[in-house]
Design a protein around this ligand. Structure first.
Ligand code: PLP
Length: 364
């Protein structure tokens, strides 16, 4: 019996092989590889898809977050409120920008607990960084209200939430800036690294366009110390192809998730919950199990791979030892880190494979 892996990227290529190959060859033959019409077109298409005014491509999701932090003016000494159970890149963007992360525990949907934000606000708080983890929107009506009330900038980490909405509005369009990753495993994945920001504010767009290209608007006239963080033409062209199919790809993920939610029945396994009004795009399908290590081994024997997102929360990682956090500081986050498990969820996972996953979990 074939192994069921946690992802299978070649399936995503072969599904639209001809379109991807045509796009790549078109760019190769054009003689123009950086900052050209493919990028401009993709930026327009992605902004339209989200109903955002502007999109600016970047070299990665982390860069998109770093550039967003700089554009909203984060500085040394500023505090940024962020959920404790995120992928570490979210926190790295904050600290690379020179600011300090202030962690908040997640709610039962794995998103920032909106009832615990205001108690963390100080006179140094400058922004909230919200992460729509695993593909489900955070409670954006409350979050935007809190940010407005306290005059805080709002940055959204949408690296896992392409196409996820809250009450009909796309994630990435609630805050000042929405940040996306096109890392190959993401719901909208490139064939290499890539990222983008979206915003409705012209000054943020112009600032990030300048910063991604060595701080210059006009070639060789540099206004600020910028970065080299451009989304190249081949990736942009390939992303245009994938974006066209994203609604269909999202639908496929939702169907797999609905089947998992309907058919997985085991007292030892907690299934993910869906927030009222939040359109989940199931970047990951994350279950919880107190006997996680036993479950991992058992599934492995059945030929089913799983993965943990994430085993060590940022506040306990070696990289952030200098923040001085301790085990027990964020008990909900730490419990999630001990219990969460992502089961196979990707475009191209066959119904027979889904059935094997369901049966194995039900027999555990
Ligand atoms: C993937 C990811 C990032 C970073 O994106 P890269 O393109 O890998 O730099 C940031 N935040 C979250 C939540 C992610 O999942």
């Amino acid at each position: 019996m074939d192994r069921i892996m946690t992802n299978c990227l070649d399936k995503g290529f072969y599904k639209f092989q001809k379109e991807f190959e045509d796009a790549a060859v078109r760019v190769l033959r054009s003689g123009w590889y950086i900052m050209g019409q493919e990028l401009e077109r993709f930026e327009g298409e992605f902004a339209d898809y989200l109903s955002a005014k502007y999109c600016v491509g970047t070299a990665s999701g982390l860069d998109a977050l770093i550039l967003a932090c700089r554009a909203v003016g984060l500085q040394e000494g500023d505090q940024v409120i962020v959920q404790a159970n995120t992928y570490i890149a979210t926190v790295m963007a904050i600290t690379i920008a020179g600011a300090t992360p202030v962690f908040v525990e997640p709610d039962e949907y794995f998103q920032i607990d909106v009832d615990k934000i205001e108690e963390k606000i100080t006179d140094k708080t400058k922004a909230v960084m919200v992460v729509h983890l695993y593909g489900q929107a955070a409670k954006m009506d409350r979050i935007t209200e809190i940010c407005r009330k306290h005059d805080l900038r709002l940055i959204e980490d949408c690296a896992q939430s392409h196409g996820a909405d809250y009450q009909g509005r796309m994630t990435g369009t609630f805050g000042d800036i929405g940040c996306f990753s096109f890392y190959p495993t993401k719901n909208l994945g490139a064939f290499g690294d890539g990222g983008a920001i979206v915003t409705d504010r012209e000054e943020y767009r112009d600032q990030i366009r300048m910063l991604r290209n060595y701080g210059s608007k006009v070639r060789y006239y540099n206004e600020e110390v910028g970065m080299n963080s451009r989304l190249d033409e081949i990736q942009a062209a390939l992303l245009s192809v994938r974006l066209k199919h994203l609604p269909q790809l999202t639908e496929e993920r939702r169907e797999i998730a609905e089947r998992y939610l309907r058919e997985i029945r085991n007292e030892k396994i907690l299934l993910p919950e869906c927030r009222e009004g939040a359109g989940h795009v199931y970047h990951q399908f994350v279950i919880r199990c107190k006997e996680r290590q036993v479950l991992i081994e058992y599934l492995k024997e059945q030929g089913i791979d799983t993965i943990i997102h994430y085993p060590i929360p940022p506040h306990l990682s070696k990289a952030y030892a200098y923040l001085g956090c301790h085990k027990g500081d964020y008990p909900i986050t730490e419990t999630y880190a001990d219990e969460v498990l992502s089961i196979p969820m990707y475009n191209g996972l066959t119904t027979a494979e889904q059935e094997r996953v369901i049966n194995a979990l039900n027999q555990f």
